[in-house]
Design a protein around this ligand. Structure first.
Ligand SMILES: *Cc1c(COP(=O)(O)O)cnc(C)c1O
Length: 811
């Protein structure tokens, strides 16, 4: 892209506040963290309900960004950069993308539907790439923001586009349609996802079909209801099972062979999958190949090579204190840009290494492509690059610290995890290079049980609670107990980006670990121990002060260390009766703090004992009342202006009118609410996963596990999975009390849970050894497990043992 800014101004209906209208824009960004931002970047300051890109403008100017699309010109910065003032920055981004798309005239496939969009897109990319230079949506960038960003990636070398569009509300598709302007449409299927945004199923279908307004043809499964909603002049190309009225009729011959009949032409295709969803997605792709006129032999060959799609960038622990970012399934310029941004956001070490294969499918001549890759790596300050493949070795050889290998095998024969330490390593390669083998070598070995943490869900949940608050109310997030078992650095990093005001930890060492990982935001230590005071000061951690004796000791230390105005937080005990000053202690407290310059009261707070228990509503209100009056007294007597806070998660949900100046969010961030209605607004964060080790047939009368607790009364098939009470699974969940899910089906736990394993009944479940088992996640949710064993989700989450690897991902 290279566009004079003066051409962009009218396109987005902007008012110009700047000096030089002739500058060229070569890059569009909405993410302040990207190291790819530079003086040719046009930064759109998007305003979400809880996120405001305008907040980052001064930092960006400091790093050299010069051009901003804004909905208000920041007063103090108006002469420091060029501003394009618009009413709505997201609309401006969409208008810009629609304009940009019009500069290109080649076939564009637009995909929508309830499921399978991303897989179909990735498969089409694979199936069609031998003939085309394809631009496609990266990952699942299919939203109101993702679609414009995808389309802006088009360049003059591309000759086919594949973009997906996802919507959840009426009115959204029209905007995406104007941006994608597909020439060929694909409707994958219509399921029940996202129904809440629509009055009826018809409304939802009609909205989706708007994507195809100007498409020359639409591919879909034959469906009278859907076709009735298409414009009568719309050309379609339909398929269905055993249906001669469809353009293509499909019949199944065995588990993985499809017989295709199109008019008089009939042939069969073997597909490399067994499940229904993959089969339908394969058929959708096959329809595109037929539409494009591919011959039978090519279709058969290429479909046989389809592969499972892994779309997520995953963060894993590596050996020697390395962090690994696993993106070992694709390699193209667009996705490299995204992966490098992801690396920057999730790095846990200053040193950054990239292991990169040859890059395919960019449409650029190789010299030009690698020159761009070279610049990208330089901008991202990558310390070491390991190139694997013929062309990358030639064209990147002048990169500082570049190492080159012809094949993955060569690399692995000379390198092992001893060669890396204390660095963040991005592993990114095309499928054919099989970089998953590198991941296996560098990854810390633990067992197959992992707790996957969805970082998008954390952002979603944070925003849900923010939506209950006034914009001025500050937010502290509790990351104590290893982020409620979910991992602390990664979550703290994300929270820092969301400009959360405070982090709360239980003990000093948790705070020190966060500081060592580079977290600079204010951190409160809730249970400061006298022995840790000195370390707390060294690491700039702020203590909770809950008694006169703690305060006295801290003041002595502050005196010794010559501190002045060291921030402290006063805890009042208004009814929890755990820690804190009571009403009778306030006079002494005032006496100690009056005219004391060693410490400064940054905040005053209290903790609710029963904000989640409706029958104690009056008690909670009493606690709030006491807090209000005691804290007011302190404020008046000490003449201070501290932050006041009392609400935890359930408090935010049920007592938002008493939010004071700050709230302390805990369990809700991790996807658990204490109220069923509240739960409907939250996204699941943690998924505890494992695999089937072995399947056994148990004859009638035989038993399973310790003490012969399960006895088969009918022939039973069991599966053994490697997770037990040493991993934090309560033993009381065994003996048919609990269940796990396999391929979306429930399998009850049979017999006693062992230390490292448990057994489940899979008699009626289609599964094999090696299949994934969900212990908790979307289903069953961790709250169900907690209910069954008579505890709360807090206990389950924080008890998941550290031998269970935490893997972070973003969708
Ligand atoms: C843990 C904790 C919280 C958060 O509680 P949730 O119920 O998880 O929201 C808030 N304040 C204090 C003092 C805490 O210890």
């Amino acid at each position: 892209m290279s566009l004079p800014i003066q051409n962009i101004i009218p396109v987005i209906h902007a008012k110009w506040f700047g000096s030089d209208e002739t500058c060229l824009i070569d890059n569009v960004s909405i993410d302040s963290r990207s190291l790819q931002n530079n003086n040719g970047t046009l930064f759109f300051a998007l305003v979400g309900q809880h996120h405001d890109g305008h907040q980052y403008i001064s930092e960006l100017i400091a790093t050299g960004v010069q051009h901003f699309v804004v909905s208000r010109v920041p007063e103090k910065l108006s002469d420091k950069a060029n501003f394009l003032l618009v009413n709505n920055t997201l609309e401006a981004l969409q208008q810009f993308a629609a304009y940009y798309r019009k500069q290109f005239d080649f076939p564009i496939i637009g995909i929508t539907g309830s499921n399978g969009k991303t897989i179909v897109k990735e498969w089409l990319n694979f199936l069609l790439s031998p003939e085309y230079n394809i631009i496609r949506s990266p990952k699942s960038y299919n939203s109101q923001v993702g679609v414009p960003l995808s389309v802006i990636g088009i360049n003059e070398r591309h000759n086919l586009g594949i973009f997906e569009a996802g919507i959840s509300l009426v009115g959204e598709m029209e905007k995406l349609s104007a941006i994608i302007q597909p020439t060929l449409g694909i409707l994958t299927n219509i399921g029940s996802a996202h129904n809440e945004g629509f009055a009826s199923e018809e409304e939802k279908i009609s909205e989706k079909l708007k994507l195809f307004k100007d498409a020359e043809a639409v591919i879909l499964r034959k469906n009278v209801k859907v076709e009735a909603l298409l414009s009568p002049s719309q050309k379609t190309f339909t398929w269905n099972y055993n249906d001669a009225s469809a353009d293509v009729s499909i019949s199944k011959k065995g588990a993985s062979v499809l017989e295709i009949t199109q008019k008089d032409h009939r042939f069969s295709v073997e597909i490399p999958f067994h499940d229904k969803a993959s089969e339908e997605n394969t058929i959708t792709c096959l329809m595109v190949l037929l539409h494009f006129g591919y011959d039978q032999k090519t279709i058969q060959e290429r479909i046989a090579n389809l592969y499972p799609v892994e779309m997520r960038l995953q963060v894993k622990n590596g050996n020697n204190n390395c962090t690994i970012i696993d993106d070992s399934y694709s390699s193209d310029y667009q996705s490299l840009k995204i992966a490098l941004d992801f690396l920057e956001q999730h790095k846990t070490h200053q040193k950054k290494t990239v292991i990169l294969s040859d890059i395919f499918q960019s449409g650029f001549p190789v010299e030009e492509l690698y020159a761009k890759v070279f610049r990208l790596l330089t901008h991202n300050k990558i310390d070491t690059v390991i190139g694997i493949g013929e062309s990358i070795g030639t064209y990147l050889k002048d990169y500082p610290n570049f190492k080159s290998f012809a094949t993955t095998h060569d690399f692995l024969s000379q390198f092992n995890s001893e060669h890396f330490s204390n660095e963040t390593i991005l592993i990114k390669g095309a499928r054919s290079f099989q970089f998953e083998e590198i991941v296996v070598v560098l990854e810390e070995k633990t067992h197959e049980t992992v707790l996957e943490i969805n970082l998008n869900a954390i952002s979603h949940n944070l925003n849900y609670y923010k939506s209950k608050l006034k914009p001025s109310t500050k937010m502290m997030v509790m990351v104590k107990a290893f982020g409620y078992g979910s991992g602390s650095f990664e979550i703290a990093k994300l929270l820092a980006h969301h400009k959360v005001d405070y982090l709360g930890v239980a003990f000093a060492d948790e705070g020190i670990a966060l500081r060592n990982a580079g977290i600079t935001m204010p951190i409160i230590v809730m249970n400061p121990e006298n022995t840790a005071f000195s370390a707390m000061v060294a690491y700039n951690l702020e203590p909770e002060i809950y008694s006169a004796s703690v305060l006295k000791k801290f003041i002595v230390l502050a005196q010794q260390k010559n501190l002045s105005d060291y921030p402290i937080h006063l805890k009042l005990d208004t009814g929890m009766h755990r820690l804190g000053f009571e009403g009778k202690d306030l006079d002494e407290l005032i006496g100690l703090l009056k005219n004391n310059n060693f410490v400064s009261v940054k905040s005053i707070f209290s903790h609710l004992s029963s904000s989640d228990v409706p029958e104690f509503r009056d008690f909670t209100l009493e606690q709030i009342q006491k807090f209000d009056s005691w804290s007011s007294l302190l404020i008046k007597e000490l003449n201070i202006a501290p932050i006041r806070h009392i609400l935890n998660t359930s408090g935010i949900y049920s007592f938002a009118e008493h939010q004071f100046d700050m709230v302390r969010l805990g369990i809700g961030l991790y996807g658990v609410g204490n109220d069923p209605e509240e739960m409907t607004h939250l996204e699941n964060v943690g998924t505890l996963k494992t695999i089937i080790l072995q399947i056994k047939e148990i004859a009638v009368g035989e038993s399973v596990g310790y003490s012969r607790k399960f006895r088969a009364t009918v022939p039973t098939r069991t599966a053994t999975i490697p997770i037990g009470y040493a991993d934090g699974i309560p033993r009381s969940w065994g003996n048919e009390k609990g269940y796990v899910t396999i391929n979306h089906q429930k399998a009850r736990i049979v017999g006693n849970i062992c230390m490292d394993m448990l057994m489940i009944d899979v008699t009626n479940i289609d599964c094999r050894e090696g299949d994934t088992v969900i212990v908790f996640g979307k289903s069953p949710r961790v709250t169900e497990l907690a209910d069954v064993v008579g505890t709360i989700a807090y206990e389950i989450l924080t008890s998941i043992s550290h031998r269970v690897k935490r893997v972070f991902y973003k969708e």
